[in-house]
Design a binder for this molecule. Structure first.
Ligand SMILES: *Cc1c(COP(=O)(O)O)cnc(C)c1O
Length: 355
């Protein structure tokens, strides 16, 4: 039954291999990030087949599922953990990102009980204003995280481009490296992982400006979607047709382009705007805001225009298309990162693996 997401692991593997080659040249290790496909096992396997030995996800449920299904990798929890999931973290997560000393203390207590040592990466905020200790206080706080018997400070990291949209730069990477230097001096040992970022940081590798010493990237969007939304570009050498959404036409009629009557707000409190193009051939697809974001739908037939969605309906304008569509036909789309995230998460969207 439609809608269907067609997932192409071989294309994702191609993308992963391409980025591994790029990162290998600069001695940057990759953690492949599976969260945009909810830790889909075939996608995880594709990354591992491409030679990636570390996988990361923001949801512990996805990590547990991958582990239980024998995905052969080291697992990193990317979202700083909730108190209520720490027990699972110690049981299932190889490396967890943290930004609170209290969390480290709780983790230590649990790890001690279980006779384990929990590896952590302490996050530093170098300007994007999402997770991490503010860089000015980083050294003092991170040194404290080191004093627990069952915690091992494996490295430090930063995340950019996600909340503030701050672009990774030589300057903000150097802030992280200065903090590394101070910590290494105080601890009198090397930190293994200096995690410089996500997809948004790839241009620094491509143009050869990534400061030496940043040795780890966490890559999701660039591998799975082949895009880099923060820098508004596609990733050189990577494919964007890795996941295709197919939805079915449930109504096909000519209708005016402007609604009739006084315009209030739509189902989501938005005020729609309309351009009068006369009568248009329009299709209603059986998919909606519950499953996608209409802004993120990119029709493979590029003469189709996506107009609007409500919870369960999406309306597209077929007038300019060179193809003939009938009731019951389907329309295919590529998707933005955000749209794919919704589609993968919707239980109403079937997922199929295409060989
Ligand atoms: C999602 C996430 C990533 C991956 O980001 P992409 O832009 O998809 O490459 C990396 N690090 C953290 C902390 C994340 O939450």
């Amino acid at each position: 039954m439609y809608p269907v997401l067609h997932i192409y692991p071989d294309k994702i593997k191609h993308n992963a291999k391409n980025l591994k080659k790029l990162c290998d040249k600069k001695d940057v290790k990759i953690t492949g990030v599976t969260k945009v496909v909810s830790g889909n096992l075939d996608v995880a396997k594709a990354m591992v087949d491409a030679g990636i030995t570390s996988l990361g996800d923001s949801r512990i449920q996805n990590i547990i599922n991958m582990k239980k299904n024998d995905i052969d990798a080291e697992f990193m929890l990317l979202r700083i953990p909730m108190k209520s999931e720490l027990e699972l973290v110690v049981d299932y997560v190889d490396i967890v990102m943290v930004s609170e000393l209290k969390t480290v203390e709780w983790l230590n207590d649990i790890a001690k009980e279980k006779n384990k040592v929990q590896d952590i990466i302490y996050m530093v905020d170098v300007g994007d204003l999402r997770e991490g200790v503010w860089y000015e206080n980083a050294v003092d706080e991170i040194i404290c995280a080191q004093k627990y018997s069952n915690i091992f400070l494996k490295g430090i990291g930063t995340n950019l481009g996600c909340f503030g949209g701050v672009l990774p730069s030589i300057d903000n990477m150097n802030i992280l490296l200065e903090i590394r230097n101070e910590i290494e001096e105080i601890l009198n040992r090397k930190l293994e992982i200096i995690s410089g970022g996500n997809t948004a940081a790839l241009p620094l590798i491509e143009n050869g400006t990534l400061p030496k010493g940043i040795n780890h990237f966490r890559l999701g969007e660039s591998i799975i979607c082949g895009t880099d939304v923060t820098n508004d570009r596609i990733v050189p050498g990577n494919r964007q047709d890795t996941v295709i959404l197919e939805a079915q036409i449930i109504e096909l009629k000519e209708k005016p382009s402007v609604p009739m009557g006084e315009i209030g707000f739509d189902a989501f409190g938005r005020k729609p705007v309309f351009e009068d193009k006369g009568k248009r051939l329009k299709a209603i697809l059986a998919i909606g805001e519950q499953d996608i974001s209409p802004d993120g739908l990119i029709p493979l037939d590029n003469k189709i225009e996506v107009l609007h969605s409500s919870s369960d309906h999406t309306i597209v304008d077929l007038t300019d298309s060179d193809n003939i569509y009938n009731l019951g036909d389907t329309i295919q789309f590529k998707m933005s990162y955000g749209c794919l995230l919704k589609a993968i998460t919707s239980k109403y969207v079937e997922k199929t693996i295409e060989k």
